[in-house]
Design a protein. Structure first.
Lengths: 332, 546
């Protein structure tokens, strides 16, 4: 009850806040919730700082030394007091933890219907590729009101994709995929930053998110000169690199057919069962020998170093297009 | 202790400073007090080197496009600032200077358990510091003090090896110091000095030493692996050969989060000494303050994951690390409440050490409470990697640890040097430091929430106003730190001669002369009362019934 009251009060204060540059633009579905918690914690911090300072100042004046000879009374430790001021911070911590954890937990998973966009960090720029094939550098165009899932990796060192207006941030790490998602609530142009130090040009890894109405976005996509879609590019690579010679669609090849595999469990020789997801496919392409599959000879060569991160993601997009269960969105 | 002996001017009395002269008598000393002074000189140098870098950074950031240096140089400045301040100033500050000077005296011993190892630890420290200074002048290092892989292992073209080796070597100094303190506190306490009669400074140093001994080897391993990776490309952290760059972060923060407590716990110990002395009161809740130090030491090893919430850690791991991070806040809150309650009905005076201590409580309270923003998952996602983090840890490490260090240096200066410092200047400096500090770092909380990432050599123009405020504060803060350097030096020659116990404080260190004789006590002391027996005569004595 108390939290609800505090929340609504804070929200009201939030909405009437004038244009003082204290809060960044609030432009995603989760930004309001994060700001409420931030407001609450700010009030909590100021309240306790004020209380401690007030008590200290009062004691400083009230009990200032008036003569060298004065004799303060013996300190008596009061157990009830100790217990009280142990329990109160504990309770506050429990409340804040529950609040923040539920907020985090609710927003950890992208909705199943999220539109996927690829983000690749490299020293010192952001490569972005839409499924339709449109490529951007340090610019990200998205439609408003549509959940967007960014699948991210890095070509070199660890970067971090940070959109303050959306209150989201996630590392882009070489050798693995991470994802973050958001749903923009207002059109406009917002900063994104690299928030993980990555070398000389770190501060130059800045770009803009352009949030557009769905119509404008469609027009922008249509008007941008695009080549192949990601799937088409993946299919081309699938032939170009000879994947198709073993991974024959009807299952008669030296490698397993990839049709309908995405999102399904796959048993390895050592007995463990993994879901065929982006990380699985990436590992299968770059380190095939690390995951031998029953009934197939481990003869696949590694493509580490032959394919760049973008090409691997295009191949994955192609494998996804071959069908399979839409993967249940999982927390990263 | 004969009063006449204790009050005699230092020139006419043999004490640890004039017992013998010459460079050899210092460089080959095994006297813990002289080693403390060796440390004091070394870390003061490192503090001002690291501080000069901070000043250059703040000047640079006045202009969004960068006012002073090339981005590459800026990256080296913040890296070297972090390395200097953390590994070569904050970690050794209170333990190696005040701890070295005070631990044997507070337990009533002649020296630490292993005096030669103590000297060895200083030499190891000097080797580590020299390597790092060499790295600085031979081109610098630009990995950030956190050495994140794979940047540090594969991509950085700066003096990573020399710096890493410097940090690696200095870690052994820290381990040896911690070991020495643990053994000394266990085995060399004077007759009557039971564990629960120990000053809280000793409890804090004890908890710190445990972290130093248990944690430092892990960061040494992590840094060693960086060296291996750079030299031989073994691939532990390199994803191209199946390594995992995130593994480094786990190893690094497993030490480096507890290291935050290596920096702040001794400061908490200093504050307990100062608050009780200048309010002439026994500490409120002695056992709670003592055990909270131990609780912090233990829990601090279980919270490292909160540095990594945005790395793609599992949601469930994140929840666990979040709840543990909240947990570690509680012992700190208990300490703040107990210090505040100690003032109640006290006889409070406001000499410079007390001003630093009160400043510490305020700034530490803010630093601790802003930590809750970062333990909270939802807000951490937004704040991680921004200036909010920078502001938060500077409130803990500068507002907390450095304030406590300066408070402690002032408090024990009469004991260390045998001279009084000019109190008016000292109070003025404390006030300037407090104001300059807040002006420097408070705007950074706001910058962080606005979204300005840390470690940015240039930044969008909308962040400029707050950056200029911060830079203005830094110039005031810099001035505040220069003043004590000057008057403390001045006082060595011109300050009034200090009596044995200028603050009328309790504690064994105040029962011997100022400065103490080489063997610390003319007569080995026997402890007959609790710590901080400031109450009415006899009230703290428990020997009769205990």
């Amino acid at each position: 009850m108390l939290i609800q009251g505090a929340k609504s009060g804070l929200l009201a204060a939030l909405q009437t806040s004038p244009g003082i540059p204290i809060f960044p633009p609030r432009a995603s579905t989760i930004a309001g919730g994060v700001d409420q918690l931030h407001y609450f914690l700010t009030v909590l911090t100021l309240f306790f700082t004020f209380v401690i300072f007030t008590i200290i100042f009062y004691f400083m004046i009230r009990y200032r030394r008036r003569s060298e000879d004065e004799q303060p009374p013996e300190t008596v430790t009061l157990m009830p007091l100790e217990i009280t001021w142990t329990l109160i911070p504990t309770l506050i911590c429990v409340v804040v933890f529950a609040w923040s954890a539920s907020l985090y937990f609710r927003n950890a998973n992208p909705p199943n219907a999220a539109t996927e966009i690829i983000v690749i960090g490299k020293q010192w720029m952001w490569h972005i590729q839409h499924q339709e094939g449109v490529r951007e550098i340090n610019e990200l165009h998205v439609p408003v009101g549509v959940p967007i899932k960014l699948t991210m990796t890095s070509q070199d060192v660890i970067h971090d994709f940070f959109i303050p207006a959306f209150r989201v941030k996630r590392d882009a790490t070489p050798g693995r995929y991470s994802s973050l998602w958001f749903q923009a609530t207002k059109t406009g142009t917002f900063h994104f930053f690299c928030a993980q130090y990555c070398g000389e040009g770190h501060a130059a890894m800045i770009g803009w998110v352009h949030v557009m109405t769905p119509d404008d976005y469609a027009a922008w996509l249509a008007g941008t000169n695009r080549g192949e879609t990601m799937t088409q590019a993946g299919e081309r690579l699938f032939h170009q690199y000879g994947c198709v010679t073993c991974h024959v669609a009807d299952g008669t090849g030296r490698g397993p057919s990839l049709v309908g595999q995405f999102g399904k469990p796959q048993k390895l020789r050592d007995g463990q069962s993994l879901t065929v997801d982006e990380a699985f496919l990436r590992r299968a392409i770059t380190q095939p020998n690390s995951m031998p599959i029953p009934n197939y000879a481990p003869v696949m060569p590694t493509f580490q170093g032959q394919l760049n991160e973008e090409q691997i993601l295009q191949l994955i997009a192609y494998v996804k297009s071959l069908g399979g269960e839409e993967r249940k969105a999982k927390g990263q | 202790m004969s009063a006449a002996l204790a009050e005699a001017p230092p020139e006419t009395r043999v004490h640890y400073l004039n017992a013998n002269y010459g460079i050899k008598s210092w460089l080959l000393t095994t006297d813990h007090k002289r080693i403390a002074l060796l440390y004091l000189a070394s870390i003061t140098l490192m503090f001002f080197v690291g501080g000069a870098m901070a000043v250059m950074m703040r000047i640079h950031l006045i202009d969004p496009a960068g006012a002073l240096v090339h981005p590459d140089t800026y990256n080296k400045l913040f890296t070297m600032h972090g390395v200097m301040m953390i590994f070569f100033f904050l970690i050794p500050s209170i333990p190696a200077v005040l701890g070295n000077f005070l631990v044997p005296i507070m337990v009533g011993a002649k020296d630490l358990a292993f005096p030669r190892i103590n000297l060895l630890s200083w030499y190891i420290f000097i080797i580590g510091a020299s390597l790092t200074l060499y790295a600085m002048v031979s081109g610098g290092v630009d990995t950030g003090w956190t050495f994140y892989t794979p940047y540090s292992t594969t991509y950085a073209n700066s003096q990573v090896m020399a710096t890493a080796l410097g940090v690696f070597v200095s870690g052994f100094s820290s381990i040896l110091t911690g070991l020495n303190f643990i053994v000394t506190i266990h085995k060399m306490r004077a007759p009557g000095l039971t564990w629960f009669r120990m000053p809280l400074f000793l409890w804090a140093i004890y908890a710190t030493s445990i972290i130093q001994v248990l944690g430092t080897p892990v960061v040494a391993i992590a840094i060693f692996l960086i060296g291996l990776e750079r030299l031989f490309h073994v691939g532990i952290f390199d994803p191209a050969v199946g390594g995992d760059p995130i593994l480094f972060q786990h190893l690094f923060w497993f030490y480096s989060h507890p290291a935050v407590y290596i920096m702040i716990l001794p400061g908490m110990g200093v504050i307990s000494e100062i608050i009780t002395c200048f309010s002439r009161k026994k500490i409120f809740g002695y056992h709670f303050v003592a055990f909270s130090s131990m609780a912090i030491a233990v829990i601090s090893f279980l919270v490292w994951g909160h540095h990594m919430f945005v790395t793609g850690m599992s949601v469930y791991a994140a929840l666990i690390f979040s709840v543990l991070s909240f947990l570690v806040a509680i012992p700190s809150a208990i300490k703040v409440f107990n210090w505040t309650a100690t003032l109640y009905q006290g006889s409070i005076s406001y000499e410079a050490p007390m001003l630093y201590a009160l400043g510490f409580i305020g700034l530490f309270t803010m630093g601790g409470l802003t930590g809750l923003f970062l333990a909270s998952l939802a807000t951490d996602v937004h704040l991680n990697g921004t200036y909010f983090i920078v502001a938060h840890f500077h409130y803990i490490m500068v507002g907390g640890a450095v304030m406590a260090y300066l408070g402690g240096i002032h408090f024990w200066w009469p004991k260390i040097s045998g001279r009084m410092f000019p109190d008016t200047w000292a109070r003025l400096a404390a006030a300037i430091v407090f104001i300059g500090f807040n002006l420097t770092f408070f705007p950074q909380f706001m910058l962080g929430y606005l979204g300005m990432p840390r470690r940015y050599a240039t930044y969008p123009a909308e962040f400029q106003v707050l950056n200029v405020m911060s830079s203005a504060g830094a110039s005031i803060l810099g001035l505040g730190y220069m003043i004590p350097l000057i008057y403390l030096f001045w006082s060595i020659r011109y300050g009034p001669v200090a009596p044995a116990n200028p603050w009328r404080a309790k504690g064994l260190e105040w029962q011997t002369s100022s400065p103490p004789p080489t063997q610390n006590f003319e007569v080995p002391p026997v402890v007959t009362e609790e710590a901080y027996a400031y109450g009415p005569p006899g009230s703290g004595r428990e020997g009769a019934h205990d």
